[in-house]
Write a protein that binds this ligand. Structure first.
Ligand SMILES: Cc1ncc(COP(=O)(O)O)c(C=O)c1O
Length: 413
């Protein structure tokens, strides 16, 4: 037996043990972590325990309210630590999109300001940008980050599209369609050097929980990024509805709250509003599903129990390389990345015809068919492809059997 299969088996054994805490992964081969991560049994229990506690001790009561304050603080602190940042820089939100909308609506736009957005962004974010441009009379232009597939340099692509009046640059840290990783610090540096008012908003849907953002060289303050919007329900495998936004302290004051409520303000002795809270809480509006916070922390803790963020990221890359290499060896399959494996858990590929064109309808059909076999993948629209996500929770054996199943399917093409 080769060394590789020995070490694969050893590694799979530790993961298989760890996965016993995820009933949600039983009886299926799950490759949709970039859409939503499965919750562990402990995180689910934390969620129901919190809901029960709220009802048992309140629901509205001094002790409950005090506990919820502490929960918020602990959650901002845990998230901040995972991003190498300070708790004051964190706003608790519901998801990535809400986090993006905070600076999008909150920046002090001047008519004619320019927004530069990458061409691999999520439709929800694009739609918000278009509406803001319409309301405030802004110009939008798109930069071709899809050219990275042809070897383009992302820093050069972005730099060439900056204008003197560029107010905001919007891009993802990991591109959700190709799995490519952008060099964030270098990009932020050229954007900040462009003009004093140029800011960078990052959609971190695919990077938080997968990249080792608490490690030196990765930490958000080191990158200089202005806004970094994320969610807990993807790579952290937390509950749906708990996410966050990091805001660089230097740009907090220029970003005005748009939705406003009691969680974001200070009040005087008569209960009258006196101003914003001094930190990221100013964008948290009012009553929400507080029970989600402890469940998110539990999900993060459980991942750390298996290994630190660097170890988890390393495993993600080892596994995505395995999948990429296996898929690349198949005829009728073309990986979007042709020269190197993705530096992330996102492996996107196409089933191609004799003219090397993607067979979009067939891809949709196959993903549907595989779901009936409890193999979970998804299709993407741009470019039309199938995306398989691997997590540190994935098993090498699971990846091998996916490759085998795709081989069978592709052989019939
Ligand atoms: C890149 C990217 N941005 C935004 C979203 C939307 O995430 P949310 O529902 O947390 O707002 C997703 C979800 O798939 C995504 O992949």
């Amino acid at each position: 037996m080769s060394d590789r299969s020995h070490s694969d088996r050893d590694l799979d054994r530790t993961i298989a043990q760890h996965r016993q805490q995820f009933s949600s992964l039983l009886g299926k081969q799950y490759f949709n972590y970039g859409g939503q991560g499965p919750m562990s049994d402990r995180a689910l229990k934390t969620l129901t325990d919190a809901q029960q506690r709220i009802q048992r001790e309140g629901p509205f009561a001094g002790a409950v309210n005090q506990w919820l304050q502490a929960e918020g603080h602990e959650t901002r602190s845990a998230i901040a630590q995972a991003l190498g940042a300070m708790p004051e820089t964190i706003t608790l939100t519901e998801n990535v999109t809400v986090g993006c909308n905070i600076p999008l609506w909150g920046l002090p736009w001047q008519s004619g300001d320019h927004i530069l957005i990458g061409d691999c962004e999520h439709p929800g974010v694009i739609a918000a940008v278009e509406e803001i441009a319409r309301r405030y009379d802004l110009t939008i232009s798109t930069c071709a980050l899809s050219d990275l597939l042809k070897g383009a340099d992302p820093v050069a692509v972005i730099q060439s599209e900056l204008r003197l009046n560029t107010r905001l640059v919007i891009l993802s840290h990991i591109l959700w369609n190709t799995g490519q990783l952008l060099p964030l610090k270098e990009i932020v540096d050229v954007c900040h050097a462009n003009a004093p008012q140029t800011r960078v908003l990052v959609d971190a849907a695919q990077s938080v929980g997968s990249l080792p953002l608490d490690q030196p060289g990765w930490q958000l303050p080191e990158t200089g990024v202005d806004f970094y919007a994320f969610t807990g329900h993807k790579w952290w495998c937390g509950p749906a509805g708990a996410g966050g936004l990091y805001i660089r302290p230097e740009v907090l004051e220029e970003t005005a709250p748009t939705f406003i409520g009691w969680r974001g303000i200070s009040v005087d002795e008569n209960g009258k509003p006196t101003g914003w809270t001094p930190d990221g809480r100013r964008f948290e509006v009012a009553t929400s599903d507080y029970g989600l916070w402890g469940a998110l922390r539990k999900s993060m803790e459980l991942q750390a129990d298996w290994g630190n963020s660097a170890k988890r990221y390393e495993r993600i890359c080892v596994l995505s390389k395995r999948l990429w290499e296996g898929l690349r060896s198949l005829s009728s399959v073309k990986c979007l990345l042709e020269t190197a494996p993705p530096p992330s858990g996102l492996v996107s590929f196409q089933l191609i015809d004799a003219n090397h064109q993607p067979m979009a309808d067939l891809q949709v059909e196959i993903v549907k068919q595989l779901e009936t076999e409890k193999i979970y993948l998804r299709t993407l629209e741009s470019p039309k492809c199938i995306r398989a996500c691997v997590h540190y929770l994935s098993l090498a054996s699971e990846i091998d059997s996916l490759i085998e199943r795709i081989r069978e399917v592709a052989a019939k093409v």
